[in-house]
Design a protein around this ligand. Structure first.
Ligand code: MRU
Length: 369
């Protein structure tokens, strides 16, 4: 189906109801939809400083790689909008401190480091080139940059949606993992859900199977919530049913998001993704990771990337209710890594990348990362 990005924007925009990240310009305040409370309560948290921004990322008020990146970009604006800096030199120091605080919030999603670096570099350039003469002017420049990061993400997701459409046939069922939807990116569209949303908007019949995604239940609480709100058919399964639904022929392809993708095609994503990829490979089902170029890390190798381990109580309890002995030893890694041999292709805003990734990732993503 031939459709331009502009036409797609006209079709998709009115359908997007969710606003997970809002910047309130009048009083320089960041509003985050509290994802810990979904799908039962829609509550916004107001944030005015980088430390609270980092805390919101750590506590998963906001989560998902691109949404974390956008939030961190606004966190950098807050560092100077409400900070103590009265000179441009002090403002740059304050931004350096904010970047370090934000970068420590969570270790795996590349978009976080990409966004804080981009904001700091933009500030340094504005000061160095004499583009700004006061902290107030610097705040305005940084607001524009943070808004640009948001808009670029929106545009990238539409493009990924269009590229991903090539991989969806009428009547397909897509298995995903976690929430790689509009909540995870802040835009309302999503990464893995972008091709699904575009297909649905164009009248192609497509449905989703969402594993619940223990322990934080992003699949059950968030993916189900946002797809049902958009009228996209979704079936919830337990994480342990993944192999069976694929074996039963219920899955046309697997589409997941990513927290980081390396130059050789290793995909870091929510725990459970690796299992889906191996089973898909074994059964001849295509496995796609859908991610913008801000998720790519062309410098690190697999062992450099820290896999976040979270509070053992996330496993000992479900939503605060104990399900085991309170002193049991727990291992709670929240991401895993899928080796390139299991990845059919990477769907990005710059095009679909096929193996050999070592050659094609730098060629297509290259330069600006
Ligand atoms: O721990 P989370 O909820 O931040 O993990 C999110 C994921 O793993 C997503 O799949 C990933 O960020 C890609 S989302 C667009």
């Amino acid at each position: 189906m031939k459709i331009s990005i502009e036409e797609l924007k006209q079709i998709i925009r009115p359908k997007l109801k969710m606003k997970p990240i809002i910047w309130r310009d009048e009083d320089n305040t960041l509003l985050l939809l509290d994802q810990r409370k979904l799908p039962f309560e829609e509550v916004y948290v107001e944030i005015r400083d980088p430390d609270s921004t980092a805390n919101a990322i750590r506590e998963m008020i906001v989560r998902g790689a691109p949404a974390i990146g956008i939030t961190a970009a606004y966190g950098m604006v807050l560092a100077v909008a409400h900070g103590r800096a009265s000179t441009l030199d002090e403002a740059i120091k304050e931004l350096g401190r904010a970047r370090d605080v934000l970068n420590r919030a969570r270790p795996t999603a590349q978009n976080l480091f990409w966004a804080t670096n981009r904001m700091l570099l933009r500030a340094e350039k504005a000061v160095h080139d004499g583009e700004v003469r006061s902290v107030k002017e610097l705040v305005e420049v940084l607001k524009v940059e943070a808004n640009r990061i948001f808009d670029e993400e929106f545009e990238a997701e539409l493009k990924m949606g269009l590229y991903g459409l090539e991989k969806i046939n009428d009547g397909d069922t897509i298995l995903t993992q976690c929430n790689a939807g509009g909540l995870a990116t802040g835009t309302g569209i999503g990464t893995a859900t972008a091709p699904v949303r575009v297909a649905h908007a164009l009248g192609i019949r497509v449905s989703v199977i969402a594993p619940e995604t223990r322990p934080w239940l992003q699949g059950a609480r968030l993916t189900v919530y946002e797809l049902m709100a958009d009228g996209i058919p979704v079936t919830l399964i337990t994480d342990t049913a993944v192999g069976y639904v694929m074996y039963k022929g219920m899955v046309s392809s697997v589409m997941v998001g990513a927290d980081r993708i390396l130059r050789d095609g290793h995909v870091f994503n929510k725990i459970g993704t690796f299992k889906e990829a191996v089973i898909a490979h074994e059964l001849g089902i295509p496995f796609y990771a859908v991610a913008p170029s801000s998720t790519f890390d062309l410098r690190s190798s697999v062992d450099d990337v820290k896999i976040e381990e979270r509070d053992p109580d996330e496993v000992r309890k479900i939503r605060g209710v104990p399900i085991t002995l309170d002193n049991v030893r727990v291992f709670n890694p929240v991401f895993d890594v899928t080796p390139p041999k299991y990845v059919t292709a990477l769907i990005t805003e710059k095009g679909i990348i096929y193996p050999p990734f070592e050659k094609n990732v730098p060629r297509i993503i290259g330069g600006d990362i």
